[in-house]
Design a protein around this ligand. Sequence first.
Ligand code: SF4
Length: 165
Amino acid sequence: MGDIEDLAARIRVCTLCRLHEGRTRAVPGEGPRDAKLFLVGEAPGRHEDEVGRPFVGAAGKVLDAALVTAGLTRGDVFITNVVKCRPPENRRPRADEIAACRPYLVAQVHAVRPGALVALGDTAVTGLLGPAADLSTARGSLPRFEGIPVVATYHPAATLYNRGL
Ligand code: SF4
């Protein structure tokens, strides 16, 4: 499907699912094309939709703090979402939307070939591993996506609502 820049260009004009109707900007994702770590969230939120970049809102601050704790910066990781366009009212992406957008995610993983994937939340887990997968099971194991280990954890936004996470 092409390299990262080619994929981003296709995503920005994509109309494959209904989510393109309400978006301001598609959010392809960003990061070094040789990133060792590849993070996957759920979907762009309001701020991401406005600027076309991933994790720039409150959840992005949580993510940045977590990266610092891990000795990393944004420049070390590739970050994207399961769906690249903001769902209305920030609802969860539907199964058909995830399926429509999944070839982009798969192609991005193929282009970057990271050493590990990090699935941020339940939607990222099912988006990567399929509808039968779930966060609680994936957290207790180390599933693989095409041979690449998948570390499953909570979405940064979830920790804003539940500090216990
Ligand atoms: Fe295309 Fe994905 Fe946006 Fe749907 S969410 S319009 S499949 S880029």
